[in-house]
Design a protein around this ligand. Structure first.
Ligand code: NAP
Length: 258
């Protein structure tokens, strides 16, 4: 069960953080993995780290997901490298903070361009290849922030992450006849390089608010994505799975055991 060996997988935002964790899970499971992001230098160092985790190939592709032509070129490069594409993990995203009272149109546009339009453009660009696969899978990286929770400074980000789920539900219906499933993973607080920079006190405070008692790892998100990408998950579509150690569950801080 759950063999991903030989599948061709594209992870946008795969050079860092959660995307790199997703890529490492697929690579270790024997898939051919393409990671895509803007920085060539970050892609090269991630490819070097991922190469050899499994029997598949690992390649790095430059893309700006907010540009539809760039997404089209990305999909073509992956199909050229692997001969096809079975799984798209549309993970690239940004989360600059901007309080509502001072948020500029440019700040709002940037977050929506990358997180919402970038998701749609990435999926559109991969549709022909995913259809040709006959068992195509799309796994979106959304967030608990927006679909379930809120956080000051992130109203635009929360809107973008909720928008991904609205997109997912109709895309799942439209793509079902093509045997493509579309699902989403909603990470809670995941220990990425960016979060680690916030310091031990901050991280310890966050961990206390999570029933599981710890932040998640990028690989935790990868395992959920790998399940949704498996042949065995072929009857699951249009669903959102929170991977958050129970973070959204407590009614108040007192509900989390000391
Ligand atoms: P990260 O460490 O900052 O990595 C973001 C990745 O996306 C990088 O590879 C980055 O590479 C790429 N990227 C950014 N803008 C891009 C663009 N316009 N085109 C192509 N690639 C782009 O972020 P992360 O924390 O792993 O977050 C990844 C996803 O998880 C996001 O969708 C985020 O909303 C979601 N998420 C994260 C957390 C968390 O706790 N970290 C929680 C919930 C949800 P370049 O900069 O080189 O392009």
């Amino acid at each position: 069960m759950f063999s991903l060996a030989g599948k061709s997988v594209l992870v946008t935002g795969g050079s860092k953080g959660i995307g790199r964790g997703i890529a490492s899970v697929f690579a270790a499971a024997g898939a051919n993995v393409a990671i895509a992001a803007r920085s060539r230098a970050d892609l090269d160092s991630a490819v070097a780290a991922l190469d050899g985790l499994g029997a598949g190939k690992v390649v790095g592709v430059t893309v700006d997901v907010s540009d539809p032509d760039s997404c089209t070129a990305m999909a073509a490069e992956v199909v050229e490298a692997f001969g096809g594409l079975d799984v798209l993990c549309a993970n690239a995203g940004i989360f600059p903070d901007a309080p509502l009272q001072t948020m500029t149109p440019a700040q709002l546009a940037e977050v929506l361009d990358v997180n919402v339009k970038g998701t749609v453009y990435s999926v559109q660009a991969c549709l022909d290849a995913l259809t040709a696969s006959g068992r195509g899978r799309v796994v979106l990286t959304s967030s608990i922030t927006g679909p379930i929770t809120g956080f000051p400074g992130w109203s635009h980000y929360g809107a973008s992450k909720a928008a991904q789920l609205g997109f997912m539900r109709t895309a799942a219906i439209e793509l079902a006849p093509h045997k493509i499933t579309v699902n989403a993973v909603l990470p809670g607080n995941i220990l990425t390089e960016g979060l680690a920079d916030l310091g031990d006190d901050y991280l310890a405070g966050m961990a206390r608010a999570i029933p599981a008692g710890a932040l998640g790892t990028p690989e935790d998100i990868g395992y959920a994505a790998a399940f949704l990408a498996s042949d065995e998950a072929g009857y699951i579509t249009g669903q959102a799975i929170a991977v958050d150690g129970g973070q959204v569950l407590p009614e108040s801080p007192d509900a989390v055991s000391p």
